[in-house]
Design a binder for this molecule. Structure first.
Ligand SMILES: Nc1ncnc2c1ncn2[C@@H]1O[C@H](COP(=O)(O)OP(=O)(O)OP(=O)(O)O)[C@@H](O)[C@H]1O
Length: 234
């Protein structure tokens, strides 16, 4: 066992994520209410729910960007509320890789520069060999000197995946990775996420309203709309 694996096995003796009595409200409107939820290391999971059911809110809480109104959230055994604010960014960068729906690549930088700057921001040391390996695994190494506007949406998403995986995070989050895709491309993208999670030894956490993904992952958290707008039928 390498030292990284030993560190990881110690860190992951606790569940990867554990939530109890979690509630969140915006202006007294409760948008999230999760009595209990747990993910173990390696248990790829879906957060399923319609638009407005609180998926992004939950991801923001898990990554320490938003403090919940009530309840306890622990990540890798650490209670988020006990981590001082100035250490939250570091905690997030160390343990989470996030792939957003709209990729968040910097348009004036090449693929290689986007990857390098991500590493600098997350505090990791430059490791171009690892980046090359991941780019090759995802079939986009030939695009390293291109800028994002010269990439297809699928290629840009794969670059974003490489950026998210560079720090070998324990948790790889994807926010709506497939909702705009047809069935064929959905399977391809999910295949890439699974492959990368294996490479990096990460657990996938996918937030989506795409019901097609339900049959692909056993572990699922279903969120419901807790409120309706005036004029909407509940
Ligand atoms: N900063 C905020 N201030 C007030 N209300 C908010 C804020 N952020 C989210 N909300 C509300 O909280 C509810 C949940 O929003 P959230 O973005 O978490 O849902 P979602 O499931 O991710 O939706 P979508 O699939 O459309 O992205 C919505 O009613 C939204 O309007």
């Amino acid at each position: 066992m390498t030292s990284t694996e030993i560190k990881r096995s110690v860190e992951t003796a606790a569940p990867l994520i554990e939530v109890s009595n979690l509630k969140h409200a915006f202006q007294e409107q409760v948008v999230l209410d999760i009595p209990r939820w747990q993910i173990e290391d390696g248990q790829h999971s879906l957060i399923l729910g319609p638009s407005g059911s609180g998926k992004t809110t939950l991801l923001s809480i898990l990554t320490g960007l938003l403090k919940q109104s009530e309840g306890i959230v622990t990540v890798l055994g650490e209670t988020l509320a006990h981590i001082p604010s100035r250490q939250k960014d570091r905690f997030r960068a160390q343990h989470f890789g996030v792939v957003f729906q709209d990729n968040h690549l910097i348009s004036s930088l090449t693929v290689r520069e986007n990857i390098e700057i991500t590493q600098q921001i997350t505090g990791g040391k430059a490791d171009w060999e690892w980046a090359k390996h991941l780019l090759n695994e995802l079939g986009i190494f030939s695009k390293v000197s291109k800028k994002p506007n010269a990439l297809s949406r699928g290629e840009a998403q794969r670059v974003a995946l490489v950026c998210a995986a560079m720090s070998r995070p324990q948790i790889l989050i994807a926010d709506e990775p497939t909702s705009a895709l047809d069935d064929h491309n959905t399977e391809k993208v999910i295949g890439l996420f699974n492959k990368l999670a294996r490479e990096v030894n990460s657990t996938l956490l996918i937030a989506t309203h795409d019901q097609r993904l339900k049959r692909l992952y056993d572990h699922q958290l279903s969120l419901n709309l807790l409120h309706t707008e005036k004029g909407e039928v509940s």
